[in-house]
Design a binder for this molecule. Structure first.
Ligand code: SF4
Ligand code: SF4
Ligand code: SF4
Length: 435
């Protein structure tokens, strides 16, 4: 069948593929990509199919014709290789969705069970990306305060969503200077695995494979960027397949704790998975830097339009500053914000409708219930933050320890070298058309 209505997916797309035999040419994926994700290009002029690898088309395909490019078989091979030490780092949102793959309700929070399952299947170290998220906040919050105090480029954009970052690089490269230079939590985790973890454990990188399990298909693209350093990224859904093929039922395993070193995350790190969560976490730290006080900002309650798929705006008083902030999901909403940039100091941008809990790599849910399920996953993270003994990134003992013994202080020369990155103008892939 001629797939004239379907979104174009190139063979060499690093994250997504279409099983052509299943496609019924309904056009839903193209509609989602153009109208919700906001991708637009002239197919005759562009050098390749423009894709930011978000996987929203996967979630909306009614017949399962679109899938992530699966990498979990490679992980199984490494787990069976006795010469290799295999680490896995678990992104915050995975624990709010994985239970659905084993018949549990959406939003069931499975952390210790997930760690137990990963240890049972053979991972040598199981780390928490919530630690990487806390490190992102330390670096990003310091960068924001530096930009404010020294009147550098504002507003600053968050840079932890690789789909949004690629969108900016393609369509608005002149605004790259607004992006925080901090690596994403996965990028930070990988960089510290390849330096600090190897050093502390006296290991050689050649014998270590680092895997991340993420809610996000775009992380398969992100880890190939220079200096990101994670070897393999698998989605939540791939992890369900890996566990099932290994006859492990997450509801029946012995619960366990994350491995030491990168095993603790604060409530701030956990809410990265929900739209507005990075903003809340960064404001908690910025408030500490500017006033010396521990304070929950409650950005999500303060923000207008506190719904999914919207622009959440607020003004937050911190010390001498009235910070004008926003959290945006979806590139069409982002375009609105780009037209009013002078109104903001700090903007969180996420591609997916409710943030990473609704990423394209999460367990598939019935399309009609998707929004409801995503909200339940997000609430599960918010609830755990509220119950967390440590709610501030700067109080995470693993974070305090790594700055003391290895990185010196946030934005130190060493931290800038290891934990920050740069971005590039990709507008040439659009061909002759201007962005
Ligand atoms: S992954 Fe995202 S950007 Fe790529 S085709 Fe699908 S919806 Fe469009
Ligand atoms: S949504 Fe699925 S079935 Fe419909 S056109 Fe796209 S790939 Fe084909
Ligand atoms: S919002 Fe999260 S899941 Fe979605 S593309 Fe961005 S990083 Fe990935």
């Amino acid at each position: 069948m001629e797939l004239s209505n379907a979104v174009r997916i190139d063979e060499d797309n690093i994250a997504i593929k279409r099983i052509k035999e299943k496609c019924v040419n309904c056009g839903i994926c193209k509609n989602v990509c153009e109208k919700i994700v906001g991708i637009r290009y002239d197919d005759k002029k562009a050098r390749e199919a423009i894709c930011i690898h978000c996987g929203q088309c996967i979630l909306n395909c009614p017949v399962g014709s679109l899938v992530p490019k699966y990498d979990y078989k490679k992980v199984l091979d490494y787990l069976h290789d006795t010469e290799k030490i295999v680490t896995i780092s678990v992104a915050p949102s995975v624990r709010a969705s994985i239970g659905e793959g084993f018949g549990l309700d959406a939003g069931t929070f499975l952390e210790k069970e997930l760690v137990g399952a990963l240890k049972e299947v053979g991972f040598d170290y199981v780390f928490d990306v919530t630690f990487g998220a806390d490190m992102t906040i330390m670096e990003e919050g310091s960068e924001l305060v530096n930009r404010l105090k020294n009147k550098l480029t504002l507003p600053m954009f968050t840079s932890c969503c690789p789909s949004w970052v690629k969108y900016l690089e393609i369509y608005h490269p002149e605004k790259i200077r607004h992006l925080s230079t901090v690596k994403s939590p996965i990028g930070i985790q990988a960089s510290l695995l390849n330096t600090y973890f190897l050093k502390v454990n006296e290991l050689d990188k050649k014998s270590v494979i680092n895997v991340a399990v993420v809610p996000c298909t775009a992380k398969k693209f992100e880890i190939k960027r220079t200096e990101m350093g994670m070897d393999i990224a698998i989605t939540t859904n791939e992890l369900v397949m890996l566990l099932k093929e290994s006859n492990i039922d997450i509801t029946k395993v012995q619960p366990s704790d994350f491995s030491p070193l990168f095993g603790k995350g604060s409530g701030s790190g956990l809410i990265f998975g929900k739209s507005g969560g990075v903003m809340e976490a960064a404001l908690r730290y910025a408030n500490y830097l500017l006033t010396g006080e521990d304070k929950i900002i409650n950005f999500l309650d303060l923000a207008e339009n506190n719904k999914s798929g919207t622009i959440k705006r607020a003004t937050v008083n911190i010390g001498d500053y009235n910070l004008r902030v926003a959290a945006v999901t979806g590139m069409p909403n982002l375009e609105v914000v780009l037209n009013e940039l002078d109104n903001y100091d700090f903007i969180e941008v996420m591609n997916c409708p409710n943030g990473c809990v609704s990423g394209g790599g999460q367990v598939l849910s019935p399309i009609t219930k998707m929004n409801e399920i995503n909200l339940e996953r997000g609430e599960s993270l918010v609830e755990d933050d509220k119950n967390n003994k440590i709610r501030f990134s700067y109080q995470n003992p693993d974070v305090i320890s790594i700055y003391k013994t290895y990185l010196d202080y946030p934005n130190s020369p060493k931290a800038l070298k290891i934990l920050h990155t740069n971005f590039k103008d990709r507008s040439d892939i659009l061909g002759e058309q201007s962005p």
